[in-house]
Design a protein around this ligand. Structure first.
Ligand SMILES: [Zn+2]
Length: 109
C-alpha cells in the first residue's frame, strides 16, 4: 500500500516523513503538535517491510486519533493501539484492493 505524503486528523494537517532510521530503533512516531508522522525505512540493519510500514503508519494514525480525542490513557496503552491498528489495517487493505480492481476495470473498458 502506498503511504500518503500527508493526511488530516481532526482538521490538523499531518505530514508523513520517511527517514532512514528513528531514534531508539523505533519503527514510527507521531507528533500531533508538530503535524508530523515519521516512519523508519530501516530498523537495525534491516529494511522495514511494506506490510510493516503499512502497520506502522496506521498505528501512528491511531495514536494521532486518540490524542486528538483527548484519550490520553488509551493512547499510552500500546497493546490497545497495536491491536486496534492491526484490525483496522485488514479493512483498509480490502478497501484499497477493491478500489485498485475498479480502477483497472475502468481502464480496460
Ligand atoms: Zn505506539
Amino acid at each position: 500500500m502506498k503511504i500518503p505524503s500527508k493526511i488530516r486528523i481532526g482538521g490538523q494537517d499531518i505530514v508523513i516523513e520517511m527517514p532512514e532510521h528513528l531514534p531508539d530503533n523505533n519503527l514510527g512516531d507521531i507528533c500531533v503538535a508538530e503535524g508530523k508522522i515519521r516512519i523508519a525505512k530501516k530498523f537495525s540493519d534491516s529494511e522495514q517491510s511494506e506490510t510493516s510500514i503499512t502497520n506502522t503508519f496506521i498505528h501512528e494514525v491511531v495514536h494521532g486519533v486518540l490524542k486528538t480525542m483527548g484519550e490520553y490513557e488509551l493512547n499510552e496503552n500500546e497493546r490497545f493501539v497495536s491491536t486496534f491498528a492491526s484490525l483496522l489495517v485488514d479493512v483498509i487493505e480490502e478497501i484499497v484492493k477493491v478500489n485498485k480492481e475498479s480502477c483497472s476495470n475502468d481502464k480496460s473498458e
